[in-house]
Design a protein around this ligand. Structure first.
Ligand code: NDP
Ligand code: 13P
Length: 340
């Protein structure tokens, strides 16, 4: 089966390699000729994955039409900021060919200004028949660990469980296990909002806080993610799963996490602009912090940790003052969701 992977960064490259390992034909679409040449000739992508030997059967290309031709599935693995523009390009090609592949998104974030989830962007850009096939691919999974075949489990969510099962079937192998879910809202929000909390976990680490503090952040982080998710129609139990607490744990504790590393550098006193320049990869939590700040205000849902992280990122707030502000809030019930 042919799968088109869109986005030749760290996650797209590793997923392309995994799909070849599973016996599929893969074309990996990127926007840089030197990167495509390196993948095709040296079978490496050193900027994103310095140590990784890519299966030589992964074919990289800058030609979108050739990449999409005869693909049974199209996997989007590009930053949220590029999702709408790439979706438009893909929709135009499919309108011309009349092909109806399954759409899959591994991207985690909320769009700036619109606050839309990836499924809503896809819904805007594709005809309903194609958009309804969308499967969200999310969960605790750093590319660096999947590259070494570390055992990894994810969630695949779709309104149409048959499409989620199809995606489960093409990706599952001896080191990669997927579970299906029909709660797209919960799975998408868990994957997007955990990146904001992970910046906070990095900040705490950079400031020298210990394990109690990090555990408190993770636990109260999932509480506020769930609070917004429930308001937006998610199944509360999704936040106890791989795409919820699972992804929050890995992103708040792994040195591979770009969001954690960004926060760690901020905690050590570096400036956000310098941190983002030096990272050379997407740090989704920065954009999503702004979208979450606006969305939670619009929904009248309290997200105090995300709010403090937003102020540190966008209003140059002092991290110590933000920590004091969080600690000095009036005492609350632990289970403070509106329905309790
Ligand atoms: N890395 C990981 O471990 C995981 C990442 N994710 C999610 O996957 C998504 C992608 O992340 P990741 O691979 O890490 O990001 P990277 O920063 O490693 O790579 C992003 C890739 O997308 C490309 N790109 C950006 N804009 C466009 C565009 N308009 N057209 C074509 N290609 C474009 C970049 O190209 P260029 O270099 O030229 O800018 C780059 O190759 C994010 O939403 C992330 O949260 C999810 C799970 C794990
Ligand atoms: O989503 C991820 C792990 O599941 C990747 O997180 P980072 O973008 O912080 O590296």
């Amino acid at each position: 089966m042919k799968i088109a992977v869109l986005g030749a960064g760290s996650w797209g490259t590793v997923l392309a390699d995994l799909l070849v390992h599973n016996g599929h034909q893969v074309m990996l679409w990127g926007n840089s000729q030197p990167v495509a040449d390196e993948i095709n000739q040296a079978h490496t992508n050193r900027h994103y994955l310095p140590e990784f030997a890519i299966d030589p059967a992964v074919e990289a290309s800058l030609d979108l039409e050739a990449t999409l031709a005869d693909a049974a599935g199209i996997l989007f693995v590009i930053p949220t900021a590029a999702m709408r523009i790439v979706a438009k390009q893909v929709a135009a090609v499919l309108a011309k060919t009349g092909a109806k592949p399954i759409l899959i998104s591994a991207t985690k974030g909320l769009e700036q200004n619109s606050h839309k989830r990836i499924s809503q962007i896809i819904g805007d850009e594709f005809p309903a028949e194609l958009a309804q096939s969308l499967v969200i691919f999310s969960g605790p999974s750093h590319a660096e660990d999947v590259a070494t075949h570390d055992i990894t489990s994810l969630t695949v969510a779709s309104e149409n469980i048959k499409d989620a099962e199809w995606v489960q079937g093409i990706f599952m192998n001896e080191y990669f296990r997927l579970y299906t879910n029909d709660d797209m809202v919960g799975v998408e929000l868990g994957g997007a909002l955990k990146n904001v909390i992970a910046i906070g976990a990095g900040v705490l680490h950079g400031l020298g806080y210990g394990d109690n503090t990090k555990a408190a952040l993770i636990t109260r982080g999932i509480a506020e993610i769930s609070r917004l998710g429930i308001e937006l129609g998610a199944n509360p139990l999704t936040f106890m799963g791989l795409s919820g607490i699972g992804d929050l744990i890995v992103t708040c504790t792994s040195v591979h996490s770009r969001n954690w590393r960004c926060g760690n550098a901020l905690g050590q006193g570096q400036k956000l602009a310098d941190v983002l320049t030096n990272m050379g990869m997407v740090v989704e939590g920065v954009g999503t912090a702004k979208a979450a700040h606006e969305l939670s205000a619009q929904c009248n849902v309290e997200m105090p940790i995300s709010e403090s992280i937003y102020r540190v990122l966008y209003e140059d707030a002092d991290v110590h003052e933000e920590i004091d502000r969080l600690m000095q809030r009036k005492g609350k019930r632990e289970l403070d969701f509106q329905r309790y």
